[in-house]
Design a protein around this ligand. Structure first.
Ligand code: DGL
Length: 243
């Protein structure tokens, strides 16, 4: 089937990669809303409208399932928008391990306002809502020295955590640095969970292919480099402009 994966940028490539590895018999469309990134400093109304528009566009070009690979949209817009979209929609959201050890949750400012993140804080998690980290990941195409320095600044005195919940897919690029700086033994990113939920609809009937859609500048060369050997080597090569 045709599965669309949506994010504001390169963070959702982790979800795409995991889906491709697990379900290679599908046609994937990766939608990067790079014209409107970052999402983390927008508001819920904007994100709902945007996700609805993107969903109409994606179903219009044949998407049969939409996977929202963005926590910010996941916690603020997806549940609402899924009611008005004609294909199944699945979304990622910030989570913590059930046993809930000493946990640090990192997410965007918009996600921090959501009921889901508030619940994690109520259960005892410490929260860092950062307005810049996703953009830093985006401009460097993942991890970079600039990101390390930035993380050293925001995490400098935050140690003694068992787990860090990476509540933004862009932060997965920094998992190792975040573990080192916080002393955490593990990170949690929600990718396996969203892949599992998405799998309920997967049929495995297509020739493997990845198309990329950008609402702004065509960054397919960068994105395919980020995906690296994982998926790009096996992918088709379509990329075209979105709405
Ligand atoms: N990668 C997204 C997330 O998981 C959004 C980052 C952003 O655009 O601010 O929240």
């Amino acid at each position: 089937m045709v599965i669309a994966v949506v994010d504001s940028g390169i963070g959702g490539l982790f979800v795409l990669d995991a889906l491709c590895k697990k379900y290679p018999g599908e046609h994937y469309i990766y939608y990067s809303d790079n014209l409107f990134a970052p999402y983390g400093i927008r508001n819920a109304e904007f994100l709902k409208n945007r996700l609805y528009e993107i969903s109409l566009f994606l179903t219009g070009i044949g998407a049969e399932e939409i996977v929202v690979a963005c926590n910010t949209m996941g916690v603020t817009a997806a549940e609402h928008v899924s009611q008005f979209v004609s294909v199944p929609m699945t979304w990622i959201y910030p989570e913590a391990y059930p046993e809930f050890e000493k946990t640090l949750v990192m997410c965007t400012p918009m996600s921090a306002e959501s009921a889901r993140v508030e619940e994690l804080v109520k259960r005892g998690a410490t929260l860092i809502a950062d307005p810049r980290l996703a953009s830093i990941a985006e401009s460097a195409g993942g991890a970079s020295r600039a990101a390390e320095e930035y993380l050293e600044n925001i995490l400098g005195c935050r140690c003694g955590y068992d787990t860090v919940s990476l509540g933004c897919t862009h932060y997965i690029y920094f998992a190792e640095t975040i573990k080192r700086l916080t002393g955490a033994v593990r990170t949690y990113d929600g990718v396996d969970g969203v892949v599992r939920r998405a799998a309920r609809h997967i049929t495995g009937e297509e020739a493997f292919r990845i198309d990329m859609v950008f609402s702004g500048e065509d960054e397919s060369v960068k994105y395919r480099a980020v995906l690296g050997n994982i998926a790009a080597a096996r992918a088709g090569c379509g990329h075209f402009r979105g709405i």
